[in-house]
Design a protein. Structure first.
Length: 104
């Protein structure tokens, strides 16, 4: 199924704006990651076998900034050092780049 084939209008009304924003964010994040792929990559170690790149940080920043602006009452748990764990009805789980080692 492509993004064009996916019909947000088929979802329950409450999920439509969330899904539309998630799709828009994924497309925008993908553009950033494609631009940075196979370029000089800055890598920082988070742990013995865990790395983070500037691309991870840039994409997460974009996602979190837009989610906070669009859905200020939602919680956000993000991989690269952000844990807004306030008790909320909605919580976004953000992994800006799944497979950072392969990307780097």
């Amino acid at each position: 199924m492509t993004v064009r084939e996916f019909r947000v209008s088929r979802l329950p009304t409450v999920l439509q704006p969330l899904t539309a924003e998630a799709i828009a964010l994924a497309l925008d994040a993908g553009r950033i990651l494609r631009r940075r792929f196979r370029t000089a990559v800055q890598v920082t170690l988070k742990g013995p076998a865990d790395v983070v790149t500037a691309a991870d940080v840039e994409v997460q920043s974009l996602i979190v900034r837009r989610l906070r602006r669009r859905f200020p009452a939602h919680g956000i748990l993000a991989e690269e050092g952000l844990d807004a764990t306030a008790a909320t009805e909605w919580r976004w789980i953000v992994d800006p780049l799944d497979g950072t080692k392969n990307f780097a």
